[in-house]
Design a protein around this ligand. Sequence first.
Ligand SMILES: [Zn+2]
Length: 912
Amino acid sequence: MPKKKCVHIISHTHWDREWYLPYEKHHVLLIKLMDKLLDTLDSDPEYKSFHLDGQTIILDDYLQIRPEMREKLQSFVRERRIHVGPWYILQDEFLTSSEANIRNLQYGVKDAAQWGNVSKIGYFPDSFGNIGQAPQILSQAGINHAVFGRGVKPTGFNNTVSETDDYESPYSEMQWRSPDGSSVLGILFANWYCNGNEVPTDETGARKYWDQHIISLEKYAATPHLLMLNGCDHQPIQTDLPEAIRTAERLYPNIEFIHSNFNDYIGKVSTSVPEDLKVIDGELRSQQTDGWGTLVNTASARVYMKQMNQRCQTLLEKVAEPLSAFAYLQGEDYNHHLLSYAWKTLMQNHPHDSICGCSVDEVHREMVTRFEKSKHVSEMIIDESLNSISKQIDTTSFEKWSENALPFTVYNTTGWDRTGAVSITLDVRRDYFSSGVNKKELKEFPLGDRLLIDAEGNEFNCKVEDLGIAFDYDLPEEKFRQPYMARRVHLTFEAERVPALGFKTFAWVRTVSQQEISKNDVSLITDENQMENDYLKVKIAKNGSLTVTDKTNGRTFEELCVYEDTGDIGNEYMYKQPNGEQVITTKDLQGKVTITEDTPFQATFQIVHEWEIPACASDLLDIEQRELVWFTGRKSTRVEEKIPFTIKTLVTLERNSKGINVKTSFDNQAKDHRLRVLFPTDIKTDTHYVDSIFEVVKRFNKPTEEWTNPDHSQHQQAFVDVSNDDEGLTVANLGLSEYEIIRDGRNTIAITLLRSVGELGDWGYFPTPEAQCLGEHSVSFRIYPHSGKEEVSKAYQDAYQYQVPWSIKQTGIHDGDLPPVHSFIQWESSNLAFSSMKVADKSGDVMIRWFNMADEDGSLIVETPETYNNAYESNVIEEIKEPLHADRKQSVHVPVRKHEIVTIGFTKGNSE
Ligand SMILES: [Zn+2]
């Protein structure tokens, strides 16, 4: 017997905080909407409840203007008439870091709980695709359901589809499974999240409306429970919805209509879904479509935003937090409030229309300020932490080498031991204003013959630049500011094997006698336009491209770093090359090569390409934009007129590095185009690997059959890797979020460096002149050839380390509890990647997170810190505590599932 159909109408609004209007304009509209909502809930008990878009920040935004409404709002949340959380903001999942995705949930859940109730629905209404690890993240947080608007194409009940239907679901309901095996009940908004918008109250209108809507509702639903979302983007409240529901009830006595909420709806659906629900694995990226509607090229809209995000995010989660946690282990307070402020300020840039770069110019201008605010807080926290740790390091051993030894400490906040070139500005002498400054003496202060040594007296090559005298100041905690003049030098050297999550102390000391010159004192430049170390040989070809030989296996990669430019007549969301246009590249251009650095520990070549590219698209594009010609149907091309486009490339090889650092800069004065850098791999494989959220994900090189978009761009985080069992090429990047594996028979990796477009796109014409990204740009990436399977996790570690800047602090000669070389946390596992180290807000426990990069089970061994020696396994929101027992060596052994996200908490041990 068929069950009675039940239509669940859920009132909501989808609130993009900023988008086609600047933030404050949407904000003004939000205040109106919220006022109306509270009025409606107050005056009409039949208006049951409202879903506040899954993001708690809306409440903060409202109270900023209407602080007197706090109690009223709070009581509606407690009564479950307003549903809030679980997110802080509705992020773009692919363009924010793994940790940012988790913090968004942590702060969202925490804030919603303080309001009175957390809506436990994984809410992704408007995400431009969904990450594969979302089910694992949600399940760990006790959330067993996810709703989303994109990523999967349902085929409809009786719709028979080609062989590609393996990846699709016949229903809007499905089991969505992460690569570790965790799954949630996923529900696709198959008819979008506006499908129950503006329900008529009059019978004629209502009949027409419902007759149509019920057909589309039933088309995808697996159960008699049909979902209608009464709201849309910035949709005002439909205050007469109760009346509209009464009309529907009169017209359709055989159907039940409920002013529902997600909890009730999902409760009903969960108990009535068929057992054969399709399991959908991993990422939902709309690969079973024609490829024109994925919005994937938001990954390259306003690249400068992505670069800023990478810098701020990394500084916060990979530097400020671990350093604060180190200081905390040494007895300092942890800056929960400031870190929370820095995170929230940063996350205000993470909504899908913000970080995606698909808003009007005013929005992205405000984002620059938010990035800077977050960064400034991180920098203060970093400085304070470095100060307090450095003071506790015993540096007395340097005294024996000379008077006026200048010790400093190099901190490695990544999860693995690290070797690489570092720079420090050292004050050789300081004259504080309070005791008198002698500028002449300072200027003439003899630097003397000095050497760089570690605490054991090992010497290191270093490049010294005399910076002369400089003004600076201290800000003591208990005293007035202390200005001084200093005599400064800048040292660059290669720091070797600095311990993971730890530090190594060095000193620049006077030599007593003329020391023997170090054995390594030879150049890395071995021939004209060629440099070499033990692992790699890099030769620069006439056209400026790189020929790189991996000496460990003899494999040579040719034509790396050719630049490619094409027209782009699309918009901030989607790239569209003009029909029939030829790609232009630097392949046939001369590259002018010069040496810019030649020290024993690194060499750098500069390559200059004096290139010319078309100035912009023809006037037709402007007409097509104004007349709302959809980008796929545009006929405009680029103009004949060319303008100079000079690219400067700095290629650096360090003595002990298996990778090559590349920094490319250019002054873009051209419009309507896309610039990429190419790496032909000539590696035979159908798949490649990409860093995504808590996942090194395997993707296919070729799109599906129904994909008609000639471009197959994808999202990346830290790197993309083309490899097979025997050989591989990993290209890591700093904030370059888009790549493509070109179907040219060579499996060429293309990384987008710049995309210049003049309009927002989507539902109208919104000019965005600043999305042309005119002006100076500088982008960084790293090339890492490897020997395939055996070496691939090393390549990924290297790419993760490349993201993180070193932290360095000068200190004095003093006693301390910490030795000159130290690691705060030691851990071992071949396939795990370190993700974060911080202190939990509620418990004060030290929390460390890893994830398994591999498609096989593994294990983790962690040595517990001395005072925080009780370990337990936690979840992503720092709630669950499964005790772990340490062995005699104070290590805990944790089995780890393939692709598992593991969080270990360390709590202070009780004295026995
Ligand atoms: Zn949106």
